[in-house]
Design a protein around this ligand. Structure first.
Ligand code: PEP
Ligand code: MN
Length: 342
């Protein structure tokens, strides 16, 4: 339930509503906009009557959120959430390009890749330090050493860093080094982990589980938001279907559907979405055309030597072409939106 206050509501009116919400056993969430204040009621609101609040001083109206996700919904917050990281923003009309290797393999490999993606126009650097591998015999990542290389690359190239955190006990360590915490597809429903990243003040990139619905993705985001962290970006990275030709099936529908349902930014991952490097650029174009706020792309200077996901990694020159192409598409959409709004 969302309680929308009148534009002239006083602090006393707002406080009275907050007190009433608490008295009834719910948690209030106050967001003060430039025009008016909105008070969200968090908790199982079945049995809670709208009239409990509609008669109170300063209340304009009470809206029930129909979706099971509340804080993630557009009803809760109409305007796009914009995430700010050291001079880079995600959401709110920008196109943010995140790129780098699947795994950090060595200091040299990471710095070489960071240099190349920066030259090509990337805004942020990715690279796995802790890798969720299907096989326990595959490369598991360099751990803290990789975090140190990522921090060094950020210093040299000025690119904020995103890297995956796989367990709650590693959240504070990874948050010390990274600008943004990635929750991988395999951990989308690891509720202890979602709760842990909800408690730190680092933005989160939440990837869709390979067998999860759009609603389940939003419910996972809700865990993070309701734990106290409002800076969450969602990532469509492909889902499992009956099609074995590609590693996953990119759910293009999810991008505009999420943009309707939620105020959170949406990032497309055509690398995992396809699993094949020569499909990455065409699908990246489609993701931007569908309204993605950004892309996350795996790049390796020598994909044939990659310790993970070489088959879907772009060489730097191909990545540079991708950036040029998707920026053109994004510019056309931006110009059209400006004409519509004029
Ligand atoms: C990755 O980003 O390298 C990764 C492991 O992604 P996902 O969790 O989407 O499989
Ligand atoms: Mn990968």
């Amino acid at each position: 339930m969302i309680i929308i206050m009148k534009s002239g509501a006083t602090d006393k009116d707002i406080q009275a509503v907050v007190d009433r919400v608490q008295e009834l056993g719910f948690t209030p969430h106050v967001s003060r906009g430039t025009e008016r204040t909105i008070i969200g009621v968090i908790g199982d609101e079945r049995g809670l009557a709208r009239s409990n609040f509609e008669v109170m001083e300063g209340v304009e109206r009470v809206v029930r959120v129909l979706h099971p996700f509340k804080m993630a919904s557009r009803e809760w917050k109409e305007e796009d959430t914009v995430i700010y990281l050291n001079g880079v923003s995600i959401g709110g009309g920008d196109l943010t390009i995140i790129a780098g290797p699947c795994s950090v393999e060595s200091r040299e490999q990471l710095l070489e890749t960071a240099h190349a993606v920066k030259e090509a126009g990337a805004h942020m650097l990715r690279g796995g330090a802790y890798k969720p591998r299907t096989s326990p015999y595959s490369f598991q990542g360099l751990g803290v050493r990789a975090l140190e290389y990522l921090a060094e690359a950020r210093e040299i190239y000025g690119l904020p860093v995103v890297t995956e955190v796989m367990s709650p006990d590693l959240v504070s360590l990874v948050a010390e080094y990274a600008d943004m915490l990635q929750i991988g597809a395999r951990n989308m429903q690891n509720y202890a982990l979602l709760h842990a990243v909800g408690k730190v003040q680092r933005p989160v990139l939440l990837k869709r589980g390979m067998m999860s619905t759009i609603q389940e993705l939003l419910m996972s985001a809700e865990y993070i938001l309701s734990s106290g962290n409002m800076n969450v970006a969602l990532c469509e990275r492909g889902i499992r279907t009956f099609e074995p030709y590609t590693r996953n099936t990119t759910d293009i529908n999810a991008i505009p559907a999420l943009k309707q349902l939620t105020h959170l930014p949406v990032i497309g991952d055509p690398s995992h979405g396809t699993g094949k490097w020569d499909l990455v650029t065409p699908v990246a174009r489609a993701m931007v055309a569908a309204g993605a706020d950004g892309l996350i792309i795996e790049v390796h200077p020598r994909p044939e030597e990659a310790l993970s996901d070489g088959a879907q990694s772009l060489r730097p020159e191909n990545f540079a072409r991708l950036v040029r192409e998707v920026r053109r598409i994004w510019e056309v959409l931006r110009e059209e939106a400006a004409v519509r709004e004029a």
